[in-house]
Ligand binder design. Sequence first.
Ligand code: TYD
Length: 134
Amino acid sequence: MSLDRVKIIDIPKITDVRGNLSVIENDVVPFDVKRVYYLYDVPSGTHRGGHAHKKLYQLLIAISGSFNVVLKDSSGNTKVVTLNKPNTGLLIPNMVWRELEDFSSGAICLVVASEVYEESDYIRDFDRFLLMDK
Ligand code: TYD
């Protein structure tokens, strides 16, 4: 499916002299939130991801630091998005290949997901992804 379905989402920010607060509710993401997890202590030079999902939607946020997300669809389109702000999220719908790389020191990637963890929802082989997305 096309990368047009990938979206940058502004997460509401409540600012005052004590600092910022950002909140993700169901009007911010186009799905009911079933799971939240986070990647941290990622060694420099490491790649994460390297898969697509059959059904899962995710919102990725650089809660701290920065990293790049490489997105691919089955038509050969590629897009690289740098995430580096705690109030900016990247919505990745189902059937989009993603790779996460170039994590800065101390980077934390928060992931808000539409489903609980299910290995059978993963497509971990890129050639299989290309075939399945026809
Ligand atoms: P994976 O999703 O492949 O990591 P990433 O895409 O960030 O590189 O998951 C890594 C391992 O963790 C894999 O063995 C599955 C397991 N896992 C869970 O048990 N529950 C979860 O919610 C997630 C996301 C992963």
